[in-house]
Ligand binder design. Structure first.
Ligand code: ADP
Length: 605
């Protein structure tokens, strides 16, 4: 499909090229033909020149003989004395010797009557002796005192020896007394013509072939087309060479198919003949055709090379265009992508700006919230503290006023009673103040190996009065005697007092209230558990109970610092504290501390 369209588009070009090739081929053929014909003509020229030399030499050799022979006195004498047979025999011998010496076929002497009176072939059976040759042209010519010439083609049936005869008058004084004839053998001459690669023949002034290597041609006439098969085709000769023409003629002796020849002819002036040469043009034509084929091949190769170059150029151009198109597409893509990136970048920048603003807002809000939180804590704290301090202060004031009144009324015992109440109240306030001071703890205070048994004993001693009042005995479990933790005596005691105090609060007024304290040692840790069977700490409040000022107790009973302080102390020890469900449903506070000497060390000793 594509090829057809392609061809259609290029049809005029293809036709033009084909025409050009055809024209160039014909022109090449014509030029080559001309060139090779000229070379052939040169060769024919050389060849015919050689043949002419040969023929002229042959003619020259025999033409002079009769005039030379005629001068011999024996010849004229034999003519003068025709009856002297001895003389005639001598002349015959003389002629035989001369003929042999000069290569003439025969020579003979004829009297005025035309009778042969002496002959070189006197010894032959069919000798010419005594024959009458009167009336033959050469006899007539010679009788008129000139050199006579005549062909003798033998008998009518083509038998007998063929010859060209030269005749010359033999004179006695100034008168012609007879004729001497020299026969030149034409067979040998024709044989040489036959051996020539070209067809060589001779015509006389009437256009009749008189000498030819081909017997069939002999005695045919050039003028007679029917008899002579050589017909002119065209006269192409216009060069510096002698005239030549193309003719068709017999191929060779065996083949009668007509062939083309180049015909050249030169005159043989002495005899009034023309020497002809027919050179075959086949080779020259073949060479011209080969040259044309060569030229066509060269043109085809050149055409192919040009076509290849053009195709390659077109492919390169197409590739270049494709690459340019790709480049443009790529550029478009890049610019589109760049624009998209720019937009995304702007969006991102906007987002960053928004985020920064939001972050600033958040930070401001957080700061505000912290502030609010601080204020809330401060509020809780001040409320709790004011209650905690106001109550004893109000009591102290009324006790002081009462003491003052009792002193005035002179009731010192009662006044002292009030004063000791004031002392207890101030002691309680001092205790509260210490708790607050403890809250502002100093973390990293030195740790020491602390005997858990000793600390438990002291804490229980201090709580003895409260425990007795509540009627609760703390149940101990575990190997207290060997439990030694990394802690501080007073602070760990504080922790235990807080936890047991809270358990007492939680189980206050409860029938069958129970509190357990047990210890467990692992390889690395000492674990203390304080459990009760009170209401426990609900799951959702378990994180909150360690916050400062978190309390569920009534005013004057707790300010929510106990667990917070406990948490801080345990954390300072490097331990942990958590609240869980107790074994009987109450709360269980679990304190985990580092073991004073890890088990591995103990084992190592
Ligand atoms: P306070 O004892 O002054 O209330 P704490 O910090 O010691 O402050 O305790 C905070 C709160 O944790 C208590 O008010 C109580 O609600 C709860 N709590 C502490 N121990 C127990 C316990 N053993 N059983 C139930 N609730 C407890």
């Amino acid at each position: 499909m594509f090829r057809l369209r392609h061809l259609k588009r290029n049809l005029p070009l293809t036709l033009g090229l084909l025409t050009l090739v055809a024209v160039l081929s014909i022109a090449t053929f014509k030029a080559a033909e001309r060139y090779f014909f000229e070379r052939l003509a040169e060769r024919a020229e050389t060849s015919i020149a050689l043949q002419r030399e040969n023929l002229n030499g042959w003619l020259g050799r025999f033409r002079a003989l009769p005039s030379v022979f005629a001068r011999h006195p024996d010849l004229s004498r034999a003519l003068r004395y025709p009856d002297d047979f001895e003389l005639r025999d001598r002349v015959s011998l003389l002629l035989e010797r001369w003929s042999f010496a000069t290569g003439a076929q025969e020579s003979f002497l004829v009297n005025l009557d035309g009778q042969v009176i002496a002959s070189s072939d006197w010894s032959d059976r069919d000798t010419l002796l005594n024959r009458n040759v009167s009336g033959t042209p050469q006899h007539m010519e010679a009788l008129q005192g000139r050199l006579g010439r005549q062909f003798d083609y033998g008998d009518a049936d083509g038998q007998g020896e063929r010859a060209y005869q030269f005749s010359f008058p033999v004179r006695i004084g100034t008168g012609v007394a007879g004729v001497i004839v020299v026969r030149a053998d034409i067979d040998r001459l024709e044989e040489e013509m036959r051996l020539s690669p070209d067809e060589v023949f001779v015509t006389d002034r009437d256009g009749v072939v008189v000498l030819s290597g081909q017997p069939a041609l002999r005695l045919t006439s050039l003028a007679d087309d029917a008899r002579f098969p050589v017909t002119p085709v065209a006269n192409l000769s216009d060069g510096p060479l002698s005239a030549w023409e193309l003719v068709t003629g017999p191929a060779d002796r065996s083949d009668s198919a007509p062939r083309e020849f180049m015909h050249v002819a030169v005159p043989i002036a002495t005899e009034g003949w023309r020497l002809h040469l027919l050179a075959q043009t086949g080779t020259a034509r073949t060479q011209a055709v080969l040259a044309m084929i060569g030229a066509v091949l060269v043109m085809l190769v050149l055409g192919l090379v040009v076509a290849l170059i053009l195709m390659r150029r077109r492919t390169l151009l197409q590739r270049l265009t494709a690459r340019e198109r790709e480049g443009r597409l790529l550029e478009q893509k890049v610019s589109a992508r760049t624009a998209a990136l720019k937009t995304a970048n702007q969006r991102l920048e906007q987002e960053v700006r928004d985020r920064t603003a939001a972050e600033a807002e958040l930070r401001r809000t957080q700061a505000e919230m912290v502030q609010v939180g601080k204020m809330a804590v401060l509020g809780q704290m001040s409320t709790a503290l004011s209650h905690e301090f106001n109550q004893p202060l109000t009591a102290i004031r009324s006790y002081a006023e009462n003491a003052d009144a009792f002193i005035e009324r002179d009731l010192p015992v009662k006044a002292r009673e009030n004063l000791s109440r004031i002392q207890r109240l101030t002691a309680r306030m001092a205790q509260l103040s210490r708790s607050l001071a403890n809250f502002a703890r100093k973390p990293g205070e030195g740790l020491e190996d602390t005997s858990v048994a000793k600390v438990v004993e002291e804490a229980l001693g201090l709580l003895e009065a409260r425990l007795d009042r509540a009627g609760v005995t703390v149940e101990l479990g575990g190997d207290f005697a060997n439990a030694v933790a990394r802690a501080g005596d007073i602070r760990l005691q504080h922790v235990l007092m807080n936890l047991i105090g809270n358990a007492l609060d939680a189980t206050e007024g409860q029938d069958g209230a129970r509190i357990w304290l047990d210890v467990e040692q692992t390889a690395q840790s000492v674990i203390l558990r304080v459990s009760d069977n009170g209401p426990g700490v609900p799951e959702q409040l378990r994180a909150q109970v360690f916050d400062p000022f978190y309390t569920t107790k009534d005013v004057g009973r707790g300010i929510g610092l106990g667990l917070s302080i406990t948490f801080n102390i345990v954390t300072d020890f490097g331990g942990t504290i958590r609240v869980d469900d107790g074994p009987e449903g109450g709360a269980m506070f679990v304190v985990t501390l580092d073991r004073a000497r890890p088990l591995a060390d103990v084992a190592a000793q």
